[in-house]
Design a protein around this ligand. Structure first.
Ligand code: SF4
Length: 379
């Protein structure tokens, strides 16, 4: 297929790997965090880590929206469906994330709750229009990529005066999470998570642009290279990061120029800021409470805010004791460090959120790393 195969060419990948091997300083280690779950998936799927010189290490970041959703937020959604009789709808992967008391949205559905999978925010709005006698709540999750569609349906619902539609908003913000990681004791104090630079998100950056990352380059002296999700994009971004490190530069560079600009999508940003405002604090799985790291619905649209409409109050819930998702999302541990990985915990029976979505580090390692012998980047 044109425009995709070019970015998956095994010969070119090996050429980039050979060039990279000639550029790295063998006397030092390089550690780069891929913030986004899409890159984690690509690195596992195409065997990119195996192509890199042994002193270049990729660290998984917290950029998988399903992974960072804490149990307490899923419990709120389950409560609405089981106790308040709403039609609760959300994206497919969220359905299987473990919640409290052995439940998940899928298991709550099996108990009789009316929980439905949708492919888009627009589908959720259609459900509300099709069931005027029922309350329909859209459990909205995701980074800046999926926020504009949620904002749009809230605006449409307001315009149409739809009285039975609301959103349980869990949209989170990438730059705040990166700041939190850079300020964490593991990075700043103990140095147990060395980070020499970031592979910046692709889809998120289409919306927010490359400008928000300039702060990390200037203030923290960390290079950022925004990259597409294809294997050659990721390889090229790693080369660009190594060059910055070797040349003593800390800049924001854009490998994904075919889609990302410095300013991003201004129309999408405008609709988001019309409908949403910053939350003072939000709990992330693995990162804990992160200040100003998520969005809530503005008072002007309170009729469509499920938290206000149903008087919900958040209760934090600890993860499964043996699940290492939190440490994995902070870059402190790898999936194989978890005792449950591949035995008790598999994609068919996930014990933690990182084993649910294909963007989750545990699911990516399980699918491509340990149990299957797949070639390193298709030739
Ligand atoms: S393997 Fe399962 S239990 Fe272990 S960290 Fe990953 S998701 Fe959690």
């Amino acid at each position: 297929m044109k425009y995709v195969d070019e970015f998956r060419d095994g010969g070119v990948a090996r050429g980039i790997a050979a060039a990279l091997a000639g550029e790295v300083d063998r006397s030092r280690q390089y550690s780069f965090m891929e913030f986004c779950g899409g890159h984690t998936h690509a690195i596992s799927r195409y065997g990119i880590a195996e192509l890199l010189p042994p002193n270049v290490r990729m660290v998984h970041g917290p950029g998988c929206p399903v992974c960072v959703l804490p149990i307490g937020r899923i419990d709120l959604a389950i409560g609405l469906a089981l106790e308040r009789g709403v039609i609760l709808c959300t994206y497919g992967d969220v359905m299987r994330v473990p919640a409290s008391e052995g439940l998940s949205l899928m298991r709550a559905k099996a108990r009789g709750a009316d929980i439905r999978m949708v492919y888009s925010a627009a589908d959720a709005l259609t459900l509300a229009r099709d069931h005027p006698g029922r309350e329909v709540v859209f459990l909205a999750i995701g980074f800046e990529t999926t926020t504009p569609p949620t904002a749009l349906v809230i605006r449409q619902a307001a315009k149409a005066g739809l009285a039975n539609f609301s959103v349980l908003c869990n949209h989170v913000l990438t730059p705040s999470a990166i700041t939190h990681i850079l300020e964490s004791p593991e990075v700043r104090e103990y140095g147990t998570v060395p980070i020499d630079g970031f592979v910046g998100p692709a889809h998120v950056s289409i919306v927010i642009g490359s400008r928000p990352y300039e702060h990390f380059a200037e203030e923290y002296r960390k290079p950022v290279v925004i990259a597409g999700f294809e294997p050659l994009d990721v390889m090229q971004a790693i080369v660009m990061l190594v060059r910055q490190v070797e040349q003593g530069r800390a800049e924001v560079e854009n490998e994904f120029t075919r889609a990302v600009t410095r300013d991003g999508n201004l129309a999408a940003q405008a609709v988001v800021s019309e409908v949403f405002e910053l939350r003072p604090s939000f709990e992330w799985r693995g990162l804990g409470e992160v200040p100003y790291s998520a969005l809530k619905i503005r008072p002007a649209f309170a009729d469509f805010d499920a938290e206000a409409r149903f008087g919900l109050s958040y209760r934090p819930v600890p993860d499964h004791k043996q699940c290492e998702c939190g440490a994995i999302l902070r870059g402190v541990k790898k999936p194989v460090d978890c005792k449950l990985f591949g035995t008790v915990c598999t994609p068919d029976n996930p014990m933690g959120s990182c084993m649910v979505s294909s963007e989750g580090a545990c699911a990516a390692h399980y699918t491509y790393g340990r149990f299957r012998d797949i070639p390193v980047v298709a030739a």
